[in-house]
Structure formats: structure tokens, C-alpha cells
Design a protein around this ligand. Structure first.
Ligand code: DX5
Ligand code: ZN
Length: 219
């Protein structure tokens, strides 16, 4: 099966020990650290923002993979850039005005940061076709954004396949990332569909045998 990267999401980490929670996933050898930003408006939950990223971005050597689940990414992208984001993914559904989507992509790139676009389970790949030649990553949500620990929605699998097909046909360069409900079983389905990066929160942070459970995702 295709090689896959794991991006542990710290949303379900133990925040009183955040540094050791980060080290523990870095010791697995993962390349990405997934940082879920929620504003209580675009999604019905509030998580953490740029000041927390600024404190943790320098204590590890993983790629700071920032997932903005917020209503007005244009306003906050510079803060996350300053805080150490290496990759910023925003939601297609954040804006009704399509010019703002293009503006957000341009802004992220102008700051020398990799740019991702994300779609919720109800959004089709067709809707983001105009942006596929401009982004470095497409994040397919396999749960409704807002909370960790939800059940994987298989609607993501067809989208992953379609994104792979479009990438091959058009020579696009984006990576395909999937987020929500990833465990040893759903990882296999996503990898068969051709995903590049698996975001994984609850499964890893609630694991009693981290190394062993991590191996199940990549073997
Ligand atoms: C959901 C977030 C996730 C999520 C992943 O809104 O984007 O990254 O917390 O967590 P699990 O693996 O618990 O579904
Ligand atoms: Zn996420």
C-alpha cells in the first residue's frame, strides 16, 4: 500500500502536559503536528489560537500543520504565520464570496507558507475545482468539524479517489489529507483510496500502547 504520513492532532491531548504530549508523538517519527483552531462561530466549539501555537511551534521539529475552522481566515492568517505555521489550511465554506477564497490562498502563499483548502462532508470536490491548481494540500473532512472523537464518514473515501484522479489527470501537486475518526480500520480504507496524510487525534492520544497502535496506521 502507498506510504502514508501521520499528523497527530493535539486537540485531545492532555493540556496540562502539552510539551510531553507533543514529544511523545514526535518520538514516533511523525512529520506533521496537526493544530485545530476553532472559533465558536464557524464551528460550535472553541479550541486554541495563535499564542498557543507560538509557544509550542519551537519546541519540536515537526511541520506545524494548522487547520483553521474559523469564519474569517483572512483576518487571522498573519497571526498564525507569525506564530510559526508551516502549512495553513482554511475552509472553503468560510466565505460565501469566492474572491475571498482566492485572496486567502494568495495571502497564505505571500507569507511563504504552504496553503491547504478543506471541505466539510457535505461539500463536493466539484465546488473546489477552481482552486486545485493553486493549493499545496486538500483536507477532506471525514466528520463535521468541531469535535474530536467522532465516527468516520465514508463519504470522504470517494472524494479522496476523485482528488487523486484529478491530480493525475492535471498534474496538480497537492497532497491529500483526511481528518476525523481515523483509527486502524479507517486508516486502511483511506490509504486504499490514495490518501497522503492521516490526521489522527483520539485514537493516538487515548492509546494505551502508542507505538503499537501507531504502527497499525502505517504498516
Ligand atoms: C475536528 C478536527 C480534528 C479532529 C481529529 O474538527 O479537525 O482534527 O479532532 O480528531 P479525531 O481523530 O479524534 O477524530
Ligand atoms: Zn483538523
Amino acid at each position: 500500500m502507498k506510504k502514508v504520513e501521520i499528523a497527530p492532532s493535539i486537540l485531545n491531548a492532555d493540556f496540562k502536559n502539552l510539551e510531553s504530549e507533543i514529544k511523545k508523538v514526535e518520538d514516533l517519527g511523525v512529520k506533521f503536528l496537526h493544530f485545530d483552531v476553532m472559533d465558536g462561530h464557524f464551528v460550535p466549539n472553541i479550541s486554541f489560537g495563535a499564542p498557543i501555537l507560538a509557544s509550542i511551534s519551537k519546541i519540536h521539529n515537526m511541520i506545524n500543520d494548522v487547520h483553521l475552522m474559523i469564519s474569517d481566515p483572512l483576518k487571522y492568517v498573519p497571526d498564525f504565520a507569525k506564530a510559526g505555521a508551516d502549512l495553513i489550511t482554511f475552509h472553503y465554506e468560510s466565505y460565501e464570496e469566492k474572491e475571498k477564497i482566492l485572496e486567502t490562498i494568495k495571502l497564505i502563499k505571500s507569507l511563504n507558507i504552504k496553503c491547504g483548502i478543506s471541505i466539510k462532508p457535505a461539500t463536493t470536490v466539484e465546488e473546489i475545482l477552481p482552486y486545485l491548481d493553486k493549493v499545496d494540500l486538500v483536507l477532506v473532512m471525514s466528520v463535521e468539524p468541531g469535535f474530536g472523537g467522532q465516527k468516520f464518514n465514508p463519504v470522504a473515501l470517494e472524494k479522496i479517489k476523485e482528488l487523486n484522479r484529478l491530480k493525475d489527470e492535471n498534474n496538480y501537486h497537492y497532497l491529500i489529507e483526511v481528518d476525523g475518526g481515523i483509527n486502524a480500520e479507517t486508516a486502511i480504507s483511506c490509504r486504499s483510496a490514495g490518501v497522503d496524510i492521516l490526521v489522527c487525534g483520539t485514537y493516538l492520544y487515548r492509546s494505551k500502547n502508542l507505538k503499537e497502535d501507531y504502527e497499525k496506521l502505517i504498516k
